[in-house]
Design a protein around this ligand. Structure first.
Ligand SMILES: C[S@@+](CC[C@H](N)C(=O)[O-])C[C@H]1O[C@@H](n2cnc3c(N)ncnc32)[C@H](O)[C@@H]1O
Length: 271
């Protein structure tokens, strides 16, 4: 179900969003995570570690398989693999999957399965049940993330967990002072980031992502709407976490703790 759509965006079809995602992720390479330091800086690394441990402690007694949708170059995937889990990763982009494949440690290969597919087609060919289904920075790329969540809730075993990680939050900053501080810090952070990318000779591709980042055109994703979908599918919400992710860890820390602004969320649900 798509809401809050402006007329210009209404011309984008499901096929066009898929095509744009294929096109833009083809431009990505080994430098994907270097290009996205907001996913690897000290602030986000701590959240990643804490969240992965939390998922593992919930599924530990079940020892079942994990499914990651939109696994990319392995940001979440390698964390679970490293902790001893058997995991299947699905991604639309053969280029992203190739980078991930080159990063799988030899002694983990038997526990790793990678599939190039869009998430909706994969649901049609795969009927396995999983003890955890995880996504990181995927939902905002989907034309209809609600149907995809519903589709995959069925693939969880009872007691299984669904993690939605690092999604752009539909935010609302009421205070104009806080909004100004938020924007100023974002501007400084972004300009330092661009200088750093230039120094490291890494190309910046965000201008390319306009259509592929489909849900950003509606201001991001409302975690409470995601929570409603899970609740209707019979899952319990264990946690919704909101914070401000920035290119640099210090900017994330300042924005989250001092300015109390938020632009990112994580959600954990249990069946
Ligand atoms: C922003 S990247 C995130 C990658 C990784 N999960 C991470 O957090 O670093 C989004 C990923 O979702 C994949 N993707 C986008 N639309 C998809 C779809 N419909 N089906 C499967 N994968 C998709 C892209 O190819 C890309 O690898």
């Amino acid at each position: 179900m798509i809401q809050d759509m402006n007329p210009a965006e209404a011309t984008l079809t499901r096929e066009k969003v898929l095509e744009e995602n294929k096109r833009v992720h083809k431009l990505e390479d080994q430098s994907y995570l270097d290009r996205h330091p907001e996913q690897t800086n000290f602030f986000q690394a701590r959240i990643l570690n804490k969240t992965v441990n939390q998922v593992c402690s919930l599924i530990k007694p079940m020892k079942g398989d994990i499914l990651e949708l939109g696994c990319g170059t392995g940001y979440l995937y390698l964390e679970f693999l490293k902790r001893g889990y058997k995991i299947t990763g699905v991604d639309l982009s053969a280029e992203m999957i190739n980078v991930l494949e080159s990063r799988i440690p030899k002694n983990c290969e038997k526990r790793s399965k990678l599939v190039v597919s869009d998430v909706e087609s994969f649901a049609e060919i795969d009927d396995k049940k999983y003890s955890a289904i995880v996504v990181s920075a995927l939902l905002h790329h989907l034309y209809d993330y609600e149907s995809v969540i519903k589709m995959y809730c069925e693939r969880l075993i009872p007691g299984g967990v669904f993690l939605v990680f690092f999604e752009p939050l539909k935010q609302n900053i009421n205070s104009s002072i806080r909004y100004t501080m938020h924007k100023t810090l974002a501007g400084i952070d972004e300009s330092l980031y661009r200088q750093q990318m230039m120094r490291k000779r890494i190309s910046v591709l965000d201008g390319e992502y306009h259509h592929a980042d489909y849900q950003r055109q509606f201001g991001g994703i409302d975690p409470h709407r995601v929570a409603d979908v899970f609740t209707k599918e019979g899952l319990k919400i264990k946690k919704i976490e909101k914070y401000c992710a920035r290119r640099f860890g210090l900017s994330s820390l300042l924005a989250t703790c001092l300015f109390k602004t938020q632009n990112t969320f994580n959600l954990l649900a249990e069946k």
